[in-house]
Design a protein around this ligand. Structure first.
Ligand code: 3PG
Ligand code: MG
Length: 425
């Protein structure tokens, strides 16, 4: 099979986007905070306090910072904020290593408000109930890790009822946990008057402008190591976007599937058929696939190891592709110039090691510049993506950067998220 690099151009087969059943802003399809009568209420706020912690200190408080507007809004109404969240994966058992007590100081720092902590095993909640009742209006309390009870991940209706008994209203601000149908993310939403918090609302609105009703042409950039973890995502994207940039280790699988040698590079040879099926589907949908045309190759998977640039048709059989080359960067940036919307998940090279971060950084800076100049709506998220954008120093320069990992991927896959569905009107 010969190479099939379709340059993204406006002459790509025009396709009609299927019309959506309702042409309303996304915020009208789910309940929002302003629709709840907050005054004096006990508000169960599902947050994602699953933040990185080292030596008992939160090392990245982004998820906490995004909760601040919702917490302030609830406090303003003399209501009590009762934060519910999981933390890590304690597998249904009480385990001090996964106690949410260790994130309370970071919440107090971010909100400038004292934060109380209430321990519970989620079997007996009488102490929690008492603490909530006794707390003055405007208090912020964090309840212990919901995953200390096995019923959380089982979406056990009894546990959801127990949770509901602690509050009057339910607000969900945890988009990044919305792909889980758990008691505190799904079951509980059906038991109390409920709404999306301000962070959830902002996230859903940003995502809607990314893939729901985007300004076309839309280019998706998908990188990362493996095709196997992103098959559903690629299959969905090729039917929705005008151009799909494939980079990172997963591009090698596509190059291999197209008949190129990839040397000792990371490559899932058993997925060659899958890759060809995706290319075929893209072709039929009029989605231009943009794969690397040149690559930075090294012989050691190590920072600053010697490199050489190769065309993808002549990769050294002993070498490893660790980044895209300058011609590829130019093509990708050209595709970005043609786009009105970019959706991005995953780095296009081994960005944790210099000099293999160059491709990801160059593209990130270009996306940031086009966004800054008003030409582009850019939405990014998932796993390594935020780290890569932070490394490129553009984390705050895109239209929206999601702090979600798995939930962002499932959203890109076009799957309904149970935690969002439960908030639908
Ligand atoms: C995340 O960090 O991705 C969310 O908090 C979900 O965590 P989980 O993958 O353990 O469900
Ligand atoms: Mg996860």
């Amino acid at each position: 099979m010969g190479p099939r690099f379709h340059p993204l151009c406006h002459s790509a087969t025009p396709r009609e986007r299927p019309t959506l059943p309702e042409d309303k802003p996304v915020s009208q399809s789910f309940k929002t905070l302003d629709e709840l009568d907050l005054s004096g209420k006990r508000v169960l706020l599902r947050a994602d306090l699953n933040v990185p912690v080292a030596d008992g200190k939160v090392t990245d408080a982004t998820r906490i910072e995004r909760l601040v507007p919702t917490i302030r809004e609830i406090v303003k109404h003399d209501a009590k904020v009762i934060l519910l969240s999981h933390f890590g994966r304690p597998k249904g058992k009480v385990d001090p290593e996964f106690s949410l007590e260790q994130v309370c100081a970071a919440i107090a720092d971010a909100t400038g408000h004292p934060v109380g902590f209430v321990a519970t095993d989620w079997v007996d909640v009488s102490a929690a109930k008492q603490a909530i009742d006794e707390a003055p209006a405007g208090s912020v309390l964090v309840l212990e890790n919901t995953r200390f009870h096995p019923g959380e991940e089982e979406n056990d209706p009894e546990l959801a009822k127990l949770m509901a008994s602690l509050g009057d209203l339910y607000v969900n601000d945890a988009f990044s946990a919305a792909h889980r149908a758990h008691a505190s993310t799904e079951g509980l939403a059906h038991l109390l008057p409920s709404a999306a918090g301000l962070a959830m609302q902002a996230e859903l609105e940003a995502l809607e402008t990314g893939l729901g009703k985007p300004k076309k042409p839309v280019v998706a950039i998908v990188g990362g190591a493996k095709v196997s973890s992103k098959i559903d995502l690629l299959e969905n994207l090729v039917t929705k976007v005008d151009g799909l940039v494939i980079g990172g280790g997963m591009a090698n699988t596509f190059l291999f599937a197209m008949g190129y040698g990839v040397g000792k590079s990371l490559c899932e040879k058993d997925l060659a058929d899958t890759a060809r099926r995706i290319l075929d589907k893209a072709d039929k949908s009029g989605c231009a696939i943009i794969l690397p045309v040149d690559a930075v190759v090294s012989w050691h998977f190590k920072a600053n190891s010697p490199t050489r640039l190769y065309g993808v048709d002549s990769i050294d059989p002993d070498g490893m592709i660790l980044d895209i080359g300058p011609q590829s960067i130019e093509r990708i940036n050209g595709a970005i110039d043609d786009a009105h919307t970019v959706v991005w998940n995953g780095p296009v090279g081994a960005f944790e090691m210099t000099p293999f971060d160059a491709g990801t950084v160059a593209i990130a800076k270009h996306v940031a510049k086009r966004t800054h100049d008003g030409h582009l709506v850019s939405v990014a998220g998932g796993g390594d993506t935020v780290g890569a954008l932070a490394h490129a120093d553009v984390k705050d320069k895109l239209t929206y950067v999601s702090t979600a990992g798995g939930a962002f991927l499932e959203w890109m896959e076009g799957k309904p998220l149970p935690g969002v569905q439960a908030l639908k009107k």
